[in-house]
Design a protein around this ligand. Structure first.
Ligand code: NAD
Length: 257
């Protein structure tokens, strides 16, 4: 195979993406679909799911609900197996100091961001063993750094790196690859909400807070959702065949957030 051809996933891959209704998940779903993959997504946003391009199938499912995950895997059975599973669902969690973070906010963030990935992985691994497939877990540069005023989020994203490296060690001899993607600050509605929320709390303008967020980024610009989709495609393509157990940052030198 020519190197250039090895960069593109083979057509017909069976792909599951959680939280594929909006943001990075949606861009990844579209990117895989364009390679000829059979793509199934889940999300809690029913309107976004209804607006998906024809050809991308879906299930309404909340990754924090075991019954929803069961239904998701019943629906996915129609694909006859899975080659790529992307554990993308994750919430920003509270943007607050530790004194204001209550048990409910902490538990909810961990339950969606970490336990949700466990729930999906638990059901996906038997299918990935059969296909010699790929599991991709969405972490964040917050999975390498401390993140002031977003401790539950950062804790969940560090835990995802541990989940990823452990599963990669466990499943490597069975031909299953497991990697984490660690996006930097990605352009989109989610980061706009986070910046606006923090700006309001600090009495700063949106532009001032955005500048502060980008202060540790050498390129002084946000990552694009398509950059994350490109990394997911690469990891799922023949070129990624010897990459497993890695926490791959897609960012430009974020030193602190
Ligand atoms: P987003 O907020 O734009 O979209 C998230 C999607 O998740 C929405 O469609 C929402 O309905 C869905 N969702 C929320 N809770 C859910 C649940 N319990 N079950 C199923 N679906 C649920 O998010 P995004 O920016 O596209 O982020 C996607 C992933 O990338 C997340 O894991 C996030 O932590 C990670 N990430 C994002 C950034 C960033 O700057 N946007 C940076 C680093 C990592």
């Amino acid at each position: 195979m020519k190197v250039i051809d090895s960069l593109i996933p083979r057509p017909g891959l069976r792909v599951l993406i959680t939280a594929g209704g909006n943001g990075i998940g949606l861009v990844m779903a579209q990117a895989f679909y364009e390679t000829g993959a059979r793509v199934h997504v889940c999300d809690i946003d029913t309107q976004a799911l209804a607006a998906l391009p024809e050809g991308i199938s879906h299930t309404v499912a909340d990754v924090s609900q075991e019954a929803d995950i069961e239904k998701l895997f019943q629906d996915v059975a129609g694909l006859g197996g899975l080659d790529v599973v992307i554990n993308n669902a994750g919430i920003a969690g509270p943007t607050a100091g530790i004194d204001e973070v209550d048990d409910e906010a902490w538990t909810r963030t961990i339950d969606i961001n970490l336990n949700g990935q466990y729930r999906v992985a638990h059901r996906a691994v038997p299918l990935l063993r059969e296909s010699q497939g790929v599991l991709i877990n969405m972490s964040s540069v917050a999975g390498r750094l401390g993140l002031a005023y977003r401790t539950p989020y950062a804790a969940s994203k560090w835990a995802i790196v541990g989940l990823t490296k452990s599963l990669a060690s466990e499943l490597g001899t069975e031909g299953v690859r497991v990697n984490a993607i660690l996006p930097g600050i990605v352009r989109g509605p989610r980061i706009e909400r986070v910046i606006a929320d923090r700006a309001a709390k600090c009495g700063l303008s949106y532009a001032e807070m955005e500048k502060e967020y980008l202060s540790g980024v050498s390129m002084k610009r946000m990552v694009e959702p398509t950059d994350i989709a490109a990394m997911a495609l690469f990891l799922s393509a023949p070129a990624g065949a010897n990459i497993s157990g890695q926490a791959l940052s897609v960012c430009a030198n974020v030193e602190s957030l």
